[in-house]
Design a protein around this ligand. Sequence first.
Ligand code: GLN
Length: 208
Amino acid sequence: MRCAAKVTRRFVSKNVVGRITIGVLSLQGAFREHVEAFAALGCATTLVKLPEQLANVDAIVLPGGESTTQEKLLDSSGLREPLVAAINAGLPTLATCAGLILLAASVLDGRADQRPLAVLDIDIRRNGYGRQNDSFEAPLTIDEIGAAAFPGVFIRAPKIERTGSVVVMATHDGVPVLVRDGPVWGATFHPELARDNRIHEKFLMQCS
Ligand code: GLN
């Protein structure tokens, strides 16, 4: 029985990776690491910097980096509106760290002019772990990807301080660190730096 489940899982994953292309927003930040994680899974990616490049992707990744810079570049590139429309229309989205700040309903310690995309029902604090604890690693329990702990890499991580209509997939010290609303996934840590591709793989399995 266990064997059968494993075979099915591999089949689904292999079937999906061969026919989809993941767009990776590459305005700023740690986008190359996501490209490498998907490449390791055999999945094609394409960099997205312009609105027209959104048209041919089956999913989008919003990487870590600097949310304020990324937000400005979303506006100057004209990507903000089409990206919001695509996500609201059901485009699978994997957002990590700064990328998750972009998706939030509200950024609690945002700059006065910060205007997140408001496509995920969470409120977030940009520098939620403060200076002393701004980078750390912690093993995370994520039932959906299996029993083995996932190495959570937190770098100037934001802290989710309110969750609305999202599913909490993992917590650290009682605080949500991985959430999803259907096909829209957000992590306050960096799965692309973990040398463990189970989150990317699981995300892929719901793309078609
Ligand atoms: N705190 C950063 C910000 O506000 C995010 C840090 C990260 O992406 N590693 O954008």
